[in-house]
Ligand binder design. Structure first.
Ligand code: BGC
Length: 255
């Protein structure tokens, strides 16, 4: 009989930062400070691997005793990364899980970053016990999405790449938090773009709840009240740590 681990390490690789911590899997809380290093320019596989090693070394968990989950900002199918919106094109069609396992000398669990944030919120946070359709969006360098129906994840939804018809651009390019920073938008101006995005998601999916994660969710009070939607919209319980917690929690849901 195998005993389920009660602690695991989660590493959340993003377009801007790579974050990690040791996580208590019963409560879904961080047991250590969060370690963050910058994502190397260009986000090439070897450089990202080296940065993940730094995170694990700094946490003091570089040995293989504690389970490790790794989240990545791309479509992930059976351990392969299949897209590369904010990372090197080398990740497209790349055996990423195997690459990290060989490079780190240990087994890992590997999945899309928004999907694992969804797993964290279902297990410990705002999506817990919610019936029907929950759409979690992470607003960061890009826009990531997790679709959860009655608590079950439908992976790789990639709804940040829906296009604004009139602009012929992905919503991610105009409504991610990085767009707000790049264009020095006010909360109100940015909220106008989010309004168009969430209206579109509402029209397509008729969800029961929106959850907002990503770095900017710690400022949810600045922009969520500016949105006028039919669907309730709340910040992720774990704000930007949902990715770390969900990556760690993968060790409970995967083989
Ligand atoms: C990627 C997604 C990812 C999201 C958030 C998007 O550009 O295509 O896979 O979940 O960014 O990092």
């Amino acid at each position: 009989m195998t005993t389920k681990a009660t602690r695991a390490v989660g590493v959340d690789i993003g377009g801007t930062g790579i974050k990690g911590a040791l996580v208590d899997l019963e409560e879904g809380v961080l047991l250590t400070d969060r370690v963050k290093v910058a994502t190397p320019a260009g986000a090439e596989p070897d450089d990202v691997l080296a940065a993940v090693r730094v995170v694990l070394d700094t946490l003091g968990v570089a040995d293989a005793e504690v389970p490790l989950g790794v989240a990545f900002p791309a479509i992930v199918r059976r351990g392969r990364t299949m897209s590369a919106a904010n990372v090197s094109q080398k990740w497209i069609g790349f055996e990423a899980e195997e690459f990290f396992e060989e490079g780190l000398g240990r087994e890992i669990h590997f999945a899309n970053d928004a999907d694992v944030a969804g797993i964290a919120e279902v297990r410990y946070g705002a999506a817990r016990d919610v019936d029907g359709l929950v759409i979690l969006t992470t607003l960061g360098t890009g826009i990531g999405t997790a679709l959860l129906y009655n608590g079950v994840l439908i992976p790789n939804s990639e709804l940040g790449h829906l296009q604004r018809a009139e602009k012929k651009k992905d919503f991610e390019a105009v409504a991610a938090y990085s767009a707000m920073e790049r264009e020095s938008l006010s909360w109100k101006e940015w909220a106008g773009r989010l309004q168009a995005y969430y209206n579109h998601l509402e029209f397509l999916f008729s969800p029961d709840l929106f959850i907002v994660g990503g770095g900017v969710s710690k400022h949810a009070d600045e922009f969520l009240p500016l949105l006028d939607l039919q669907t309730p919209i709340v910040p992720a319980r774990d704000r930007n740590n949902a990715g770390i917690i969900g990556a760690a929690a993968l060790s409970l849901t995967a083989d």
